[in-house]
Ligand binder design. Sequence first.
Ligand code: BGC
Length: 761
Amino acid sequence: MKDIQSIVAQMTLEEKAALCIGASKWTTVAFERLGVPEMIVADGPHGVRRVEDIHAVAAESLPATCFPTASCLASTWNVNLIQQMGEALAEECLALNVDVLLGPGVNMKRSPLGGRNFEYYSEDPYLAGEMAVGLINGIQSKGVGTSLKHYAANNQEFQRFSISAEIDERTLREIYLTAFEKAVKQAQPWTVMCSYNKINGTFGSEHYHLLTEILKNEWGFEGLVVSDWGAVRDRVAALKGGLDLEMPGPQARRVNEVVAAVRSGELDEAALDETVRRILRIVFKAKETPKQGTFSAETHHELARQVAAEGMVLLKNNGLLPLKGQQRIAVIGSSAKHAHFQGGGSSHIHPTKVAVPFQELKSHAGNAELTYAPGYPADNSFRQEMIDEAVALARSADVALLYIALPAFKESEGYDRRDLDLTDQQVALIHAVANVQPKTVVVLNNGAPVAMSAWIDGVAAVLEGWMMGQAGGAAIADLLFGKANPCGKLAETFPLKLSDTPAHINWPGDAGVVRYGEGLFIGYRYYDAKQMPVLFPFGYGLSYTTFAYSNANVSAKRFKDTDGVTVTVDVTNTGSVAGKEIVQVYVHDQQAGLVRPEKELKGFAKVALQPGETKTVSIKLDFRAFAFYHPEYKQWVTEDGDFDILIAASAADIRQTLTVTLESTLNLPCILDEESTIREWMADPRGKVALGPLYAKMEAEARKSFGGGDERYGNEGAIGMDLMEMINDMPLVSVLMFQQDALPAHPEDMVADLLKHVHNM
Ligand code: BGC
């Protein structure tokens, strides 16, 4: 490792300021005299978008493997496979001379309308975090860096450069930061990329609380914070907030601003030095691994095919799939010939090759005769004659395979979706084909949920193919013909309709602000709380075999939060073909001091089973599996009490339930204050001891004054209510005010004395 300290000591102020902004769109500044090389970055996240001329403003990128996008990756629930994909991405980075790959993206899918949802993993922070850890570990194990993005709350494209996401601290911590936290603590990405948007009024690029207090100080992030491209408004404020590297560059004005700020004393040079150290550490780390070698495009294509096959989700199957023996197959839909396998925007990859779905079907279908009709146009026009042509083919076939891709004008980086719908032509096409051909299979290519209620009852099967990567066409054929057994499960809920979705009445915001009014309740947390039916629940997916769960067990019925507990369950393949099952563990808190979601995913495992085979799955639940973030204590908190552990095949399919008792080891500070209610005093262990005697007196006094318990009135008293129920929700001081005459001292003094007492206990 270079002696970074001595390099910093030799740098002029101008050089330090210059290092803090890119030399080009994709490179950092090199200093020959100091032996500081340039560092090259490239998008990400599901392939390497290495532009040919690294210093050009806009350029074609070199061929690289386009893996499936994040929606598909998360639906594999296979961390090892994603890690393997990370290793392959790193090999391509080494061959293409890329030091840092800009990904993964771990923002939550707050609404299915988010334009970039295809680049993000899930509506659940635990699952998203696990996926990110797998990908980062895979890439970085080969000496290539990653960029965890977009920190934080980049959950929509509408006004993404400026809108302020208004989120309370608990929701931030439990939902929007958790995946970042997991990835930082468990995988230490070399860089973290800030988001464009504001969070509670402050730009992501200037956010001291997020960048410095939480990311660097609390989580121990050792790498550098890079801006999203063009996300910096005020360079000096960003440096003070904790943003290290601004991209893209060069911008001489920025350098001058930083130099002037140090000279005027507005910016402490020690803070600039710390930024320079962080950047240099990563630049030198990047150069430890030589950029050389080649990669096997063929091997990576096959890996992309495997990932796609594991991530696709079989949503409906009336028994038609897997296909066997059909002699005449009508293939309908232009995405059968023009594969729709990735999304638009910065993640767009120049693939090494593309598996054309129609050709792949042909190679699986033996002697069967395949016919083709495009069914729908590339644009948004309505063309009845295309539907008529498709119907004629479907009618004379044994089975119709309908390839339906959500067009780019409906889904891309840069703009949000307006609805959950396929195009009118696509819906009419499905209806018309299903009408003449009951054996109709719909294969979807999209990055986020679409509504299906209008047509799903009429079709025999639905396969969610996602933005499936360059080899996805082959994966579809593998699944339809049973060469591979579907084993993906949804990483996000498919709602029945848009107006059911959690953020609906707070989307996409206006007047520069979007309020996260649903708080913790996104995804299944919301549908659970509302007891609302959905089209397909989180964690759902079919297989060509069946699985039974038995012998659920825990390592201890009663345990300390710091020890955690291990859950085991036997899973048996009860069908006749090999398959993989995804076992999910959710935790339900029976009683909590704060409102909590009905259940939350805290562990999962994917297990491969031959027919008849049984394996024991073991899942560890740690402190955080039971904790919630308490905004008043400003920390993660556990409470004594009973928790249900739900062992499930999906969020709506709980197979076994166990109850355990947690003992909290926390010694929380007392947070009672002048405004605390009687209920809060009595819920606090110290408050209860201190207030106990007075509480008994207050209760007696209340009964006396209002006749509660008097035989004339019964328990409800003279004013027809349970007085103590009301009193419990009043601040202590307010209750005492009403009883002043009977008290030995002034109510405010009494409360002050009690507070002094509890804070010293
Ligand atoms: C995107 C980032 C991307 C960057 C560089 C930005 O517009 O938000 O995800 O890494 O451009 O292309």
